[in-house]
Design a protein around this ligand. Sequence first.
Ligand code: SAH
Ligand code: SF4
Length: 360
Amino acid sequence: MSDANPRESIHAIALPKLRELLVEAGHPGYRGAQVLEWVYEKRVDAFEMMTNLPAGLRAWLNDRFAFHILEPIRVQGSKDTTRKFLFRLGDGALIESVLIPASPALYGEDSDRRTLCVSTQVGCAYGCKFCASGLDGWSRNLTPGEIVGQIIRVEALSGERVSNLVFMGMGEPLANYKNLRSALEILNAPWGVGIGARRITISTSGLAPQIRELAEQPMQVRLAVSLHGARDEVRQQIMPVNRKYPLSELLAACEYYVGLKKQRITFEYILIREVNDTLEDAEALVEVARKVDAKVNCIPYNVVEGLAWVRPEEPRQDAFMAVLKRGKVTATIRREKGHDIEAACGQLRRQTLPVQNAAN
Ligand code: SAH
Ligand code: SF4
């Protein structure tokens, strides 16, 4: 929490804890549910608006908690397209969230599925060679209030409800595990945001020990692993994390997750020309995906300014996909052009701050 905001975010407090604090302070515990009803159902943004609470309780809340409202400094896109929100946090740090409407081709014309891609850190320490988020290094973890706050703020700004969440924005969610867990509790709970666990996907670059921890907690969240290489020599070239957790260790953790959760996981695989997109790579991917019965989601690389990688041409992408199909792997490829959601991760922040980029 920044010094400017010493009070705890009201979006970071779970109902059991709030009840406990209320009782300690001499207020009835049932007030906790009323407070959170104002916060998450009625979506007020000030304690004064909680008109069924006694004035003394409102003052107590005001002393202890605050509405840390994320400040939108730029919004790109419109209602029927992907919308990117760039937010400034209390300490001036910038993060982004991306709202993606359902693709009519996949979900039908009137689907009200809306997915929000959220950030979990300012920057990223993992330095994957293809990714914009890590280019400026890592600054800090987001607090649970800042994670939950992204959903609250996007819903307020767009006037729409988010039905699905993906933790694929800036940062490595499993490197901020404790805050992620606290945020997930609030996002999932009926007294909180109330998004079903199966509609929440955590994406990780492959932190094997935390994948095991996530497997052991009861929430049925979905797991996506940024694989991007199915052989150690290829993967470690583009993802330094692979030296710490090589494929054998990562796959063992994935098997553990699948075994406990009884659900399939997804491997994300960016196709980068002549780096990881040869037919030999495709064969290796078939083997790895079949080992853990994972679905594969291929994404043609989105060019990041300042990085040398290139997106393969479509015939090359098709040849890669054909190998997966022959290998009986459930695989899809996302082919939106240009600045689609994948382009968003960490890139909006950089586009907005050319001066800072140059200084770095
Ligand atoms: N740190 C987590 C979550 C954030 S990255 C992780 O690595 O999984 C979310 C996804 O965006 C990852 O699959 C990542 O590999 C992908 N991504 C990053 N840069 C990209 C680019 N230039 N083109 C396409 N996908 C990219
Ligand atoms: Fe970090 Fe994920 Fe980007 Fe790698 S792909 S640098 S882990 S955000």
